[in-house]
Design a protein around this ligand. Structure first.
Ligand code: FAD
Length: 152
């Protein structure tokens, strides 16, 4: 199989969309990610996969903290901003939750501290311990075959 076939196959797995956020030296950085999963209930652990070359990778390595923000159906623009799909810079106001930056009006925002790190090929896997989270009702933004979808 070539890279394109692998990517096409992985794109058949429908996911939600998150923005990972972290802060270093007073500067907030966000990155869109759909490689997110729940790992453990006791302790409460989640996992994200971040490209080795992504700026976010260096920031989490240093800060050892990040937030995961599960986007609602009305937050497609946030995903496009933090994936670089919108090229021009946009000003985004972050809320602060447990001392960390979060995207306001996300379905879920969770504050995590790094529990374990694994190098895996061209990505780094961060297992985060969830220190606290906030919840809202609503429909999620979803991603399938490289396109955004809404549940309704
Ligand atoms: P950059 O490319 O420098 O930043 C990303 C964008 O966010 C830039 O346009 C930047 O201007 C903007 N930005 C950052 N901080 C702020 C701020 N404070 N205010 C305003 N704008 C800001 N990559 C992965 O590694 N893992 C994944 O699971 C993953 N899933 C993805 C899912 C989807 C649906 C999409 C569309 C992309 C996904 N990507 C994933 C790709 C990833 O989002 C991009 O490669 C991203 O550009 C990498 O970000 P970076 O940390 O290198 O920083």
């Amino acid at each position: 199989m070539d890279d394109r076939m692998f990517r096409t196959a992985m794109g058949k797995f429908a996911t939600g969309v998150t923005v990972i956020a972290s802060e270093l030296d007073g500067e907030v950085h966000g990155m869109t990610a759909n490689a997110f999963m729940s790992v453990s209930l006791d302790p409460k652990l989640v996992l994200i996969s971040v490209g080795t070359d992504a700026k976010m990778n260096k920031i989490i390595q240093e800060s050892q903290k990040f937030t995961v923000n599960i986007l609602s159906g009305s937050q497609k623009e946030m995903s496009m901003i933090f994936s670089g799909q919108i090229k021009e810079e946009r000003k985004v106001d972050f809320d602060i939750f447990e001392g960390l930056p979060v995207i306001e009006n996300s379905l879920v925002s969770m504050a995590c501290s790094v529990y374990e790190t694994f190098e895996a090929g061209d990505h780094t896997l961060y297992v985060g311990e969830v220190m606290n989270l906030s919840l809202k009702d609503g429909e999620p933004l979803t991603f399938f075959e490289g396109k955004y979808k809404q549940m309704i």
